[in-house]
Ligand binder design. Structure first.
Ligand code: FO1
Length: 318
């Protein structure tokens, strides 16, 4: 079975671990979000691609869900000693090597998709990890701080500001001019099922869908598209998705996120058992809905979620 997954960071990566367990023989292509990418110290950092690569490759810092395990921060300390910022983004020594290799290859003319493939030669994630685009897309967030309106890079909003101020707008800068990376549209066209994992619907899945051609390819692929709600009991399971959902006028609920994606895109939607009451509203939006446990407490729980998503896909296919 050929499965395509639109993945962001931590939630998407963790879901993929369960999907691999639930469908060990499946051919899984992951379309990774690159709107979180940031240039720091002359290096290109791709947080969501790295989180998927490290998580599936066994190098992730499990507690954080990002960055490397057994990490040290000597380079970060030395940069701070030179007064070279920013100091709010925790780049570890091992992680720096990934960004050095990525930046070196980009500088040599390799596209991000080729760079990602090369980095995965080492990590062997067991999926085909394709960036949504080889073109530069960076999510910026419009905020008002001390009465001054400005746009900050998503990472500054997420990590330095901790989403402590309201997001007035979330803009994937460059998305309109971006093209799907080689392999993205092919993977969708050949897929037997497309899954939206419990990633951030605005800054992760939403950013991938903002690349012209990707939303249309999924909607026209004629294969089941099934999503899993990242919102459980009217609040995000992790992260601060509610902040960016508000920016796009979407209520923080499992049903509202399904409606946000729309029945033109989604055929099925899994909500957590605590959101059983949302099933009817989602079904009335023309999206098949089922309430199952959605907390990724361990690998078995996550694998069961993945099995439920694949079961719903075969149900809607029928
Ligand atoms: N998230 C944090 O909350 N604090 C950090 O210092 C931080 C550093 C970091 C470094 C590399 C990387 O790949 C990810 C990092 N993240 C950090 C997570 C990152 O902000 C998120 O993974 C995504 O951008 C949102 O999904």
């Amino acid at each position: 079975m050929r499965i395509v997954v639109l993945a962001g960071g931590i939630g998407g990566a963790r879901f993929l671990r369960g999907l691999k367990k639930a469908a060990p023989d499946a051919d899984i292509s992951v379309i990774g979000n690159t709107g979180d990418d940031i240039h720091l110290f002359g290096l290109k950092v791709s947080p969501d691609l790295d989180t998927v690569m490290y998580t599936l490759g066994g190098g992730i810092n499990e507690d954080q869900g990002w960055g490397r395990t057994d990490e040290t921060f000597k380079v970060k300390e030395e940069l701070a000693a030179y007064g070279v910022g920013p100091d709010w983004f925790g780049l570890g020594d091992r992680d720096f090597a990934t960004h050095i290799v990525r930046t070196q290859m980009l500088g040599a003319g390799y596209p991000l998709s080729a760079v990602t493939q090369a980095l995965c030669e080492r990590w062997r994630p067991g999926v085909r990890l394709i960036p949504m685009s080889d073109d530069r897309v960076e999510t910026h967030v419009a905020v008002t701080i001390d009465g001054e309106q400005k746009a900050v890079h998503f990472q500054e909003y997420w990590v330095r500001l901790r989403a402590s101020v309201d997001a007035q707008a979330v803009v994937p800068v460059g998305a309109e001019q971006a093209k799907p990376a080689p392999g993205v549209l092919e993977a969708i066209a050949e897929a037997d099922v497309v899954l939206f994992p419990p990633s951030n619907p605005v800054v992760s899945v939403g950013t991938i869908l903002a690349v012209p051609g990707i939303r249309e390819a999924i909607a026209d692929a004629g294969v089941p598209v099934v999503g899993l709600s990242p919102i459980v009991g009217d609040s995000p399971v992790r992260g601060m998705a509610d902040k960016v959902l508000a920016a796009v006028g979407v209520e923080t609920s499992a049903a509202a996120v399904a409606e946000h994606y729309g029945s033109g895109l989604l055929d099925g939607w899994l909500v957590d058992t605590v959101d059983e009451k949302a099933v009817e509203r989602v079904e009335s939006a023309g999206i098949r809905c089922r309430a199952v446990p959605l907390m990724m407490t361990d690998l078995d729980a996550t694998a069961e979620m993945a099995r439920q998503a694949l079961a719903l896909a075969s149900e809607v296919r029928a």
